[in-house]
Ligand binder design. Structure first.
Ligand SMILES: Nc1ncnc2c1ncn2[C@@H]1O[C@H](COP(=O)(O)OP(=O)(O)OP(=O)(O)O)[C@@H](O)[C@H]1O
Ligand SMILES: [Mg+2]
Length: 369
């Protein structure tokens, strides 16, 4: 049995790990638009009531707030997953049929283009737009897979933050994006550089909300706390938190802070908890964002859920799925279900992976695996 907990502490809903009918089907995928004219999708088969009620994934999320929502993805500490989050949340939003522009504001050390596999398509940057060397639409790189996702890089790799380029220039770019003939995007995501110097100040200037990424360790938390103060000073009061690289095995062994501990320390609303997942590194190296992976991965599902919550401004509860202690026939023989799968269902690794997909922080895992 799996138990689903909302975060934080609300009653537990239970569901079978392997439902008796073959229900792991999901609505047909459409190439460019997940929810075309109608806002309802064919309902997923009901094999469990509580998770469906919790996740509500059979409908398009309702965009709350004014468009465009200008969201800066920041952290303070470097290497905690800002760029990974920008790429995956951005593409999740595009798959939900929202138009998204992702701005890589990490001047000199840009790598969002690499994560998206778009590095060869960047011919012009925002600096060239500002210098009058090209038009804005020439600097916007359309994603290969989702045409409603576009990337704008501020500068060429390894260049320095040019003198005179600051918050005002970024505000000008955001205003130019708003007044495009194609229409104003629903989301503008800004991938912020690490640290709290000029690059950070520039990146947060046009934003009206922020996603703060932290890992559950004390150094990242300290920097995240400092950045929260700076964001609030800058007038950004809508700050949501993503806890990245969570390891439940370490939390259970009391070697890592739990998500609730992190939430208590920072006092910010939780947008998502992303597990440590080797698939993240694999997808980074392939230039193929995780949320596009089939079958879905643990971290990919968690990013999708975070994107959904971003759209609806937290109306959907974060959900944690855990495996309950095993009882019954197989435990009597000392077998875990994973062992059973590894015996009957091909390679042990694949089988274990499948089990993991359902047992972690997933939300849509039960329906889409
Ligand atoms: N949930 C995760 N599980 C495993 N690896 C992860 C996870 N999230 C991020 N990583 C890895 O951590 C590394 C840093 O991620 P990323 O580049 O997104 O961080 P960043 O905050 O943007 O870094 P920087 O401050 O340098 O811009 C990458 O190699 C990425 O693959
Ligand atoms: Mg980065």
């Amino acid at each position: 049995m799996l138990s689903l907990h909302r975060l934080p502490g609300v009653p537990t809903a239970k569901q079978p790990l392997f439902p008796s009918t073959s229900t792991f089907t999901h609505p047909p995928r459409r190439p460019t638009c997940l929810f075309p004219q109608s806002k309802t999708l064919p309902k997923p088969p009901k094999f469990h009531k509580s998770p469906t009620a919790l996740l509500q994934w059979n409908r398009k999320p309702q965009l709350s707030g004014e468009t465009p929502r200008v969201v800066v993805v920041t952290s303070g500490k470097g290497g905690v997953g800002k760029t990974t989050t920008t790429a995956n949340i951005g593409l999740s939003l595009a798959r939900l049929d929202f138009s998204v522009v992702a701005i890589d504001a990490d001047v000199g050390l840009r790598n969002l283009d690499l994560l998206l596999g778009l590095e060869n398509r960047v011919n012009y940057t925002a600096l060239e737009v500002l210098n009058g060397d090209c038009r804005l639409d020439q600097a916007l790189v359309r994603d290969k897979r989702w045409s409603n996702f576009e990337l704008l890089c501020i500068s060429k790799p390894r260049s320095k933050l040019p003198l005179g380029f600051g918050g005002k220039a970024l505000i000008w770019l955001v205003d130019a994006l708003k007044s495009r003939t194609e229409g104003c995007p629903d989301f503008i995501l800004i991938d912020c550089p690490a640290g709290i110097d000029a690059g950070f100040i520039t990146a947060i200037t046009p934003a009206n909300e922020a996603i703060l990424i932290t890992t559950p360790d004390i150094t990242a938390l300290r920097d995240a706390d400092r950045v929260t103060g700076l964001l609030e000073c800058d007038g950004i009061r809508d700050i949501k938190m993503i806890v990245n690289r969570v390891r439940t095995d370490m939390i259970k062994g009391e070697d890592m802070m739990s998500v609730l501990d992190v939430q208590e320390m920072l006092g910010l609303p939780l947008l998502g908890a992303i597990p440590e997942d080797s698939e993240v590194i694999r997808s980074t190296n392939r230039g193929y964002p995780l949320v596009l992976n089939k079958p879905p991965t643990l971290a990919g599902l968690a990013f999708e859920q975070a994107a959904w919550r971003l759209v609806e401004q937290d109306t959907m509860q974060a959900v944690m799925v855990e495996e309950e202690p095993k009882r019954g026939f197989f435990s009597f023989f000392g077998w875990s279900i994973a062992n059973l799968l590894s015996c009957v269902g091909g390679s042990g690794r694949g089988a274990r992976r499948k089990l993991c997909t359902v047992q972690f922080w997933g939300t849509k895992a039960e329906a889409r695996d």
